[in-house]
Write a protein that binds this ligand. Structure first.
Ligand code: SAH
Length: 567
């Protein structure tokens, strides 16, 4: 889960090597580097503001600097007893690992993991943890402590010298140095049952129950809680809420899962039967008993904690993103986030390479295949299985790129499973915008974007549109101006433009803008020759008012004024 992936924060290059070693222990973790001092995966400009922001978001923090600095930065947020993510200070050279905050969020476990990766001993200071070798109040994933207040009293009794016995399965305590005795007054009880235990008991629930519903009946939370209490099961034992995949995306379901504090999972079933116990039969991969088999909610009780990610499938995701022209700084953070979360990345080979590098756990389906509809369908197939798919385009995905192909594929298919996919389109800086920005503001007044490719539309349509756009004195941005298979089209297009625009008209050419060796230049329409343009070039033909000027005899700027008058 994302919340367990720490942010590794460094202040200078001296910490980079240690940070990288910690990073290998946490796939997906990013190194946050102070801008101007060190280059990490993410740049920040001010340490305390950055640490506070991450902390407030509940992100586990591993800060490679003095413990005191970290404490001072976070201090203003500490009086609020809300969620407390793990916070650790690590010495720059990796020689010390100090857990500071987040005892109940597993900070000591993280300290051990990091110390292990760095080959040192963690500076554990929690007394229960030191005495027993584990934090009894912080059971591992898959288990939930019933009551913290009761737990604290229990641990202080243990620290005062009492012994305990364990009822139920608590494999993580096998190696703990707990004072045990068969007739102890204190009991650690591990059970999915709602237990009205006395103060002598530390109650821990294995998250071993899955609730299934067809979701048709309004009050899902009420029905689940009723089913649980009718079976004597504690709410904290619930691991997942299971619903038919066709219902994915319904807000009531997302809200119900959030209220219950469980993961929402999906299952595909025959359209004719979405009875709760049929859902469970199709989705459960571990031995279990059915506790309540009746509509509207059925419960499956497994013999051990259930990993929610093993039940049915996740709701698949398809993000169609724009990379911008190529310069990473011009990519939207939302596109970066989608790439980081991706299990699968699809797209034209060149762009997939531009979007990388990728982690070993990410599948890259780079292809030279120009068949865009086929690629779009492949993306839906993967996403419908529950994967997080990213389809990359250069520039903006909605400008002569994959977003329209993806929507066309969805529109044509009528496939309910594809419809259940969480689809998002993340915009990007299109080549026309990137080129224009470098030249100045040639698109400062009305303009149009035209693709000169006649692969998917008849050439006559292109000619007709060119005539209208040129006649209307619009600034024009030409995409796909030429290609090996379309050698003559640009010259023909320019002939048409020249019927309407004078040879003095300003033209901007952007080639490989935002990529290595990128170049933006300008000239007059009279000087423009077809051979100056290739398939990596953006051609912007100015209007009658687009003009160039230079500042102090140096920088040249081009702009189209915001006003208009006939010349
Ligand atoms: N979705 C892309 C456009 C794809 S069409 C976008 O929004 O930018 C491909 C055409 O875009 C190319 O033939 C070229 O005309 C233009 N183009 C794409 N990237 C470019 C870049 N970095 N520099 C100049 N032109 C580019």
């Amino acid at each position: 889960m994302n919340s367990t992936v720490p942010a590794i924060v460094i202040l200078g290059a001296g910490a980079l090597e240690t940070a990288r070693r910690i990073q290998t222990r946490y796939p997906g973790a990013q190194i946050h580097g102070l801008a101007g001092r060190v280059e990490g995966d993410v740049a920040y400009s001010e340490l305390s503001a950055h640490l506070r922001e991450l902390y407030a978001r509940g992100t586990p923090l591993v800060a490679l600097c003095a413990a005191g600095i970290v404490i001072r930065c976070i201090a203003p947020l500490l009086s609020d007893k809300g969620a407390e993510p793990p916070v650790l200070a690590v010495a720059e050279d990796g020689s010390a690992v100090v857990p500071l905050l987040g005892g109940l969020a597993g900070v000591n476990r993280m300290a051990r993991e990091i110390a292990d990766a760095l080959g040192v001993s963690p500076a554990i200071t929690t007394s229960g943890e030191l005495r027993f070798g584990t934090c009894v109040l912080n059971p591992p994933d898959g288990y939930a402590l019933s009551s913290l207040t009761q737990g604290k009293r229990f641990v202080s009794d243990l620290l005062a010298g009492e012994s305990t016995r364990i009822e139920g399965e608590a494999p993580w305590l096998d190696d703990a140095r707990l004072p045990r005795s068969a007739d102890a007054r204190l009991v650690i009880r591990v059970t999915p049952q709602a237990w009205n235990g006395s103060a002598d008991e530390l109650l821990i629930h294995p998250r071993s129950v899955v609730a299934a519903t067809d979701g048709l009946d309004g009050d899902i939370v009420g029905h689940v809680q009723h089913a649980l209490s009718a079976s004597g099961i504690a709410g904290l034992s619930l691991a997942a809420l299971l619903v038919p995949i066709e219902r994915a995306g319904e807000v009531t379901l997302t809200e119900a899962a959030a209220t219950l504090g469980v993961t929402l999972r999906f299952v595909a079933t025959p359209a004719t039967d979405s009875k709760p116990h049929t859902l469970l039969a199709a989705a459960m991969r571990v031995p279990h008993d059915i506790l309540a088999g009746d509509s509207p909610v059925a419960l499956a009780l497994a013999h051990a904690p259930v990993d929610p990610s093993s039940v049915g499938q996740a709701r698949g995701r398809l993000s169609v993103i724009g990379l911008g022209p190529g310069d990473a700084r011009l990519m939207a953070p939302a596109a970066r986030a989608a790439l980081d979360a991706a299990t699968d990345v699809l797209g034209y080979e060149t762009y997939v390479t531009m979007a990388g590098p990728f982690r070993a756990d990410q599948r890259v389906h780079g292809t030279d295949n120009r068949e865009e509809m086929q690629r779009a369908r492949h993306a839906f197939e993967l996403a419908a299985e529950g994967r997080s798919v990213v389809m990359v385009s250069s520039g903006d995905p909605g400008v002569f790129a994959m977003a329209a192909a993806v929507l066309e594929a969805l529109h044509e298919s009528g496939n309910a499973r594809w419809g259940s996919v969480e689809l998002e389109i993340v915009p990007g800086v299109s080549a026309a915008m990137a080129t224009a920005a470098q030249a100045g503001a040639p698109l400062g007044h009305d303009f149009c974007m035209l693709s000169l490719s006649d692969n998917l539309k008849p050439w006559e349509v292109i000619e007709n549109r060119l005539r209208h756009a040129a006649g209307a004195d619009l600034v024009m941005a030409f995409y796909n101006p030429v290609s090996r298979a379309r050698p003559w089209q640009l010259d023909k297009a320019l002939d048409i433009v020249r019927e309407f625009r004078s040879p003095e008209t300003t033209v901007v050419l952007g080639r490989n803008v935002g990529r290595p060796g990128g170049q933006v230049r300008h000239m007059s329409l009279g000087e423009l020759r077809g051979e100056m343009v290739d398939m990596r070039t953006m051609v912007i033909i100015g209007s009658s008012l687009t003009r160039a000027f230079s500042v102090n005899g140096k920088t040249q700027w081009i702009y189209t004024p915001r006003w208009y008058r006939q010349v």
